[in-house]
Design a protein around this ligand. Sequence first.
Ligand code: SAM
Length: 419
Amino acid sequence: MSSFNISISKGDEEKARKLARSSEDQHWYDVMRTLLMYEDFSMETLKRRQEHMNRLSERQSSALPPEFFTKLEKIGQGMKANLEFLTEVAAFYNHCTNGANGPPPKNDGVRIRSSEQHRNKAVLHSVGREWSKTGEAERNEAFLPMIEELKRRLPVNKNNAYIQRVLVPGCGVARLPVEVSAEGYAVEGNEYSAFMLMASNYVMNCIEKANSCRICPWVDSVCNVINTEDPYTPVSIPDRTANDIVAASPWIDCDADERAKVGYPRLGMAAGDFVELYGEGNLDAKGSFDAILTCFFIDTAPVVVDYVDTIWHLLKPGGVWINLGPLLYHWTTDTDNNGDDRYDHSIELSWEELKYVVEGKGFQLQSQQGQKGSGSKDADLADDQDKVQFLNCSYSRPHNQLMWTQYNALFFTAIKPTE
Ligand SMILES: C[S@@+](CC[C@H](N)C(=O)[O-])C[C@H]1O[C@@H](n2cnc3c(N)ncnc32)[C@H](O)[C@@H]1O
């Protein structure tokens, strides 16, 4: 066996410290740094817009309302609020994992590309969707029908409270798992984005008071604005704390004897890729969930067949899969140009093809009594009858704008048969 002796000169100590960081740790470290880089990337945007303003002729300037010239300052204040939030997110994670006070230095390591700014924006958008009062209507469009369907399929009573086990893969910043847990289920949220995980960790475990934090999630949405102040009008988060939601549950004090026998918490999070974490290679996970809720998630797979197989593997016989969302397929085009090889594997199935896969696996699509689709059912779905609904849903949309995306979201319930 050969060994390598690496001699380290004094000046190289810093380099060695970085080398010692595992690539996993380095990833999380760089995510914290990216959150902090929100400042630099936002300043670049502001600077560019200020330059455009400076290039206005006197004639053009005199035609504009006076507020136009104070707008950038207010947008800057909105960005500052976002930066404070993202810095807190990074600092809290750094504290939880490294015991550090404050976030890491943002310039310690490889340069963070400005194209990474879209991840910071995605965090702000998701927190706005999931944890603000403004996002409530949007949450209600998607989360409520899923929760109603879950309650109808697997009713909770004082003997089974927090026993029935539900998985919510791709849970973003974790509002849906929290809401489902408050309904008396033992819930595991799963998420693979370090950005989302850090943000949900901060919102759920650090913020103690409702509405105590302010962000401007849509400060960058400068087109299609109706009221000038809309993009920089802050939203308060969280509209309710995770603790308050869970504590208000009618089942909170229901500690069924059976619970002592189960080895899972009432509410937990698992970090990692859905298929890697729970796929067929994980024998312990086989048949361990009563229900799986996929909300705006299945189209995040390069090959959705892998998700269907994993869901089948995880569900108990008789288990319930409730899905709601579009088929937008995230790995279709390499917009980041970051060379991720999932872009080289993406297949884009129609609902008809996906249904073939789902039923071919053995799932039985079942009607959702009491649920009424609000979307349009243009496709010829004669043989589906009411086994699939289409619901009008939006996703992280800025409010009060001249344009937004409305999904005709696919909503179905599939049962893994007992035989
Ligand atoms: C469109 S978002 C939906 C978030 C949330 N379910 C909602 O409805 O607000 C999809 C989420 O799935 C996560 N995700 C994508 N692929 C994943 C994977 N393979 N394993 C776990 N999470 C994944 C993304 O990071 C993202 O947070």
